[in-house]
Design a protein around this ligand. Sequence first.
Ligand code: GLN
Ligand code: ZN
Length: 764
Amino acid sequence: MVQSAILGFPRMGVNRDLKKATEAYWGGKLSQAELLSEAKRLRLEHWNIQKNAGVSIIPSNDFALYDQVLHHIQDFGAAPERYTKYQLNPVDEYFAMGRGLQREGVDVPSLEMVKWFDSNYHYVKPTLQDNQTFKLNPNPKAVADFLEAKEAGITTRPVLVGPISFLHLGKADRGQSVDPIDLLEKLLPIYEELLAKLKAAGAETVQIDEPVLVFDLPAKTKAAFKPTYEKFASLGSKIPSIVFATYFGDIVHNIEALPKDIYAVHVDLVRNPEQLETVVSALGPKTILSAGVVDGRNIWKTNFQKAIEKVEAAIQKLGKERVIVATSSSLLHTPHTLASEKKLDPEIADWFSFAVEKATEVAIIAKAVTEGPASVRAELEANAKSVQARASSKRTNDPAVKERQSKIAASDYNRQSEFTTRIAQQQKSLGLPLFPTTTIGSFPQTKEIRIQRNKFTKGEITAEEYEKFIEKEIQDVVKIQEELDLDVYVHGEPERNDMVQYFGERLDGYAFTTHAWVQSYGSRCVRPPIVVGDISRPAPMTVKESKYAVSISKKPMKGMLTGPITCLRWSFPRDDVHQSVQAEQLALALRDEVVDLEAAGVFVIQVDEPALREGLPLRAGKEREAYLDWAVKSFRLSVSGVKDSTQIHSHFCYSEFQDFFHAIAALDADVLSIENSKSDAKLLKVFVDEAYPRHIGPGVYDIHSPRVPSEQEIKDRIEEMLQFLKPEQLWIDPDCGLKTRQWSETKAALTNMVNAAKFYRQKY
Ligand code: GLN
Ligand code: ZN
């Protein structure tokens, strides 16, 4: 019997139940006991879903109240002293590390949270001390969850973040200099103890995630795998059999590091099917291969025929006893169930598969390869029909879009003239002072805006009424910008719910869900739109609002768009055409929008690309270069249709682009605004070193906090920036959009910002 396995299941529940429960707990509306019992209910529900789907290997300890890595930090006794010193109860200490805690007698910020590989999930970084010690919690969560499932009659495979990944994904605490991997010796006894406890509780196998094996690793880290897992192997039957799991990439470049004496190895065959051969030949003589053939990162129905072919290829080499059919990664990155989508067009809905449906898929594939296709004939036929229908659907294929793509000329990627010519014309027509001030796009999204938008969506107010309301909002922000004496205005984006969804809703080729939420971090979930087919723009998307804003402004008004890469990265992309093709289609649609904005009198246009960096392939080298090439091209394609006198801005929410600076420079944007207030101004040195000629607005204050920066602070910041940038290059702006802020703090902060800019204008 070929077994089927799931590497992890989403935790939120059908209706984001976990989000609701944790937020209610934080708000004092739910007791801790109630929160924990809700969590228990969800775990049980999710185990039963998988069991009823016929999955043979069901994970436990994949659940987390906030983040799974954070549970490990706590259970290993690795909570920094600034948290433990308050002697909070474990649940509150856990949340304090995840989200900070400020209440009577307690004031502690959260631990750093960063992206989990190239997904949109964020994990809490293990934050380690030079004299770090570890101590296993006497009642570790992994054991408790295993026993909880066992009690419910379900035997699970506990999931642990492996010791090498735990350390490699961690960092030295502020002021500490420890290289986390040097703590491995100290950490291993904790794993041994934990594994022994799991075995004693009845766990026969355990899934140990070592996804860092897909990275380019320092030699020391790479060398740590063999001895670590040989050590575990030497414990024999005192610990469960180990399934060594990697995902989100291939491990071919690190294949020597793959431990031999191990029960099973899991690899991602959705992302990197070509690694099968190398991995199979590197397995120990008895090692089982867990073949990740059902995509844990996307929402598409699995193509059974292709998945079965992959599994059969493995079976041919290893035999049925040595192959497991599995999801490519945890299903954490997929929404809960398709059954919640009542509004989706049935034609499109038939192409999707969310976590609940994917559970069934792994079971069916396992059955097909065990008992032969006849055992699941009906399922295979339905699947083939659906795959075929999607491939040939009109919604997927738009010949007009393809035709246009085939006609893109080399010149479409270039502005008419070089920057020096452009900027001279822009300066003449825009008439901006030295140190021009602007903002990044959004102004506070007030309660009133949300109320009106809701009413409009529900049909409680008419389109005209809503339009009037939006115009009034635009009038208000224009007036405020006049009073603040900013130099380049924005319309404030009051009509936008979200910077990607807003555009997706106005483009052909996109689909929207009502319940397809995916955890982003803690209790926060996102509901990405889905690219289902060739993308095109049936009508202008932002021109009406921008044109109105121009008509009432005495100063240049900046038009605001979301760039092709960000639209793509923050959506579920298609899996049937390369992402570069999708980005190019988005770029063409945006190009038309940019040209239309210009025709409407908008002569400064910002195309935001905050997601450009997160799309960077995990490893340096060819793949990364290829990505940057098409990403840069799609940006250039989207903005190059305008005259020299029209000024193109772009915005990024980070300042660390040392490692791909040439790509940022290649965007050829007239003005870049970047985040900089929290980072070292030295990061700007790269602009000097590379003799970057164009304009830059490094954010002068942090918009993530309600704190109002003083004029002096902003002046100091500008002073630092002037060490690296020429006065005629420097724009003065905040770090990012202001939509999450209150008006009072926004006005106060911008007043100080404008005054600081004026001070330098006088000085130079
Ligand atoms: N223009 C967007 C805003 O101001 C940019 C948001 C972002 O960079 N994440 O809200
Ligand atoms: Zn931003």
